[in-house]
Write a protein that binds this ligand. Structure first.
Ligand code: AMP
Length: 279
């Protein structure tokens, strides 16, 4: 039976009754769950004894108010999905204050990785993400935390935050779950019309083009071609080819180096992000 807690206090009380040697896994979410989220729960189930999930639409990470207001919130279905995936504990706070009320703010400088890509295009976004994840980590105190590589930069930011704050939490990244046609699953896809859903395939098209042509042409030309592909069906913000650790755009390829491509583009009103391992 999955237990649901609405207050920090009740959740902490329950978690403190769990035996020390049991491994607690945690996956924070903003609800409107799909297979991408459930893959985190399943991975946590494989590696941990107790699986904790949270559903909280965090206002401080939205830099556009309408995006926050329109964020889908259908928790009834979410609860059923979590039960079926084997989640043991759900933290479902009723309001924002329930999460933020005891916040002790820390200022963190994680360097380049929070200033590029999403950090550059969504000012304040990662400050909000770090605030809420730190609060949730302090409440849940998990041994392992599971994040999707769909938000690759967020995964790196949280991994670094946990390290800098000496939190004893292993931050693990889980593969991107895609629809059969390649579209990365996202709660925002629910807001796309049928035509927009077709147009959204352009992200996958651009990323595949990058992977298939990497090394066969100059990097700037390749980046421009991928941006051009995005422009045909959407309004791109960026298409960047970056070092997968520092997230700095690469200017030349040196061995050994892991490289990933990152993109953000809008289909109508909806802003989508995706990324792909290139080498
Ligand atoms: P969100 O509810 O969008 O904040 O996402 C909660 C967690 O689910 C984050 O760690 C995301 O990276 C992860 N996630 C969302 N979509 C996917 C996906 N398509 N594949 C894998 N992980 C995902």
């Amino acid at each position: 039976m999955m237990k649901i807690f609405k207050t920090q206090r009740a959740l902490k009380e329950h978690l403190s009754s769990i035996e020390e040697e049991l491994v607690v896994g945690f996956a924070p979410t903003m609800g409107s769950l799909h297979e991408g989220h459930l893959s985190l729960i399943r991975e946590s189930k494989k590696r941990c004894d107790i699986v904790v999930c949270s559903i909280f639409v965090n206002p401080t990470q939205f830099n556009v108010v309408s995006d926050f207001e329109n964020y889908p919130k259908d928790y009834f279905e979410d609860i059923e999905l979590l039960k079926s995936a084997g989640c043991d504990v759900l933290f479902l706070p009723n309001d924002v204050d329930e999460v933020y009320k005891n916040e002790k703010k820390v200022s963190l400088d994680l360097g380049n990785i929070i200033n590029v890509l999403e950090g550059e295009h969504r000012p304040g976004h990662f400050d909000g993400v770090m605030r809420v994840v730190k609060l949730l980590f302090d409440i849940v105190q998990p041994d392992k935390a599971f994040f999707g590589l769909k938000d690759f930069q967020q995964f790196l930011v949280i991994q670094k935050m946990a390290k800098v704050l000496n939190m004893e939490i292993e931050v693990l990244g889980c593969d991107i779950v895609r629809e059969e046609n390649g579209l990365a699953m996202s709660s925002r896809n629910k807001r796309l019309s049928n035509t927009e859903l077709k147009n959204a395939l352009v992200l996958q098209k651009a990323l595949n083009h990058c992977k298939n042509n990497f090394g066969k042409m100059g990097l700037q030309d390749l980046q421009a071609e991928c941006f051009g592909i995005l422009q045909k069906e959407s309004e791109p913000e960026y298409f960047e080819i970056c070092d997968a650790e520092s997230l700095s755009p690469i200017t030349e390829v040196s061995e050994p180096q892991k490289i990933r491509a990152f993109t953000a583009t809008s289909i109508g009103e909806i802003r989508l992000i995706d990324n792909m391992e290139i080498v």
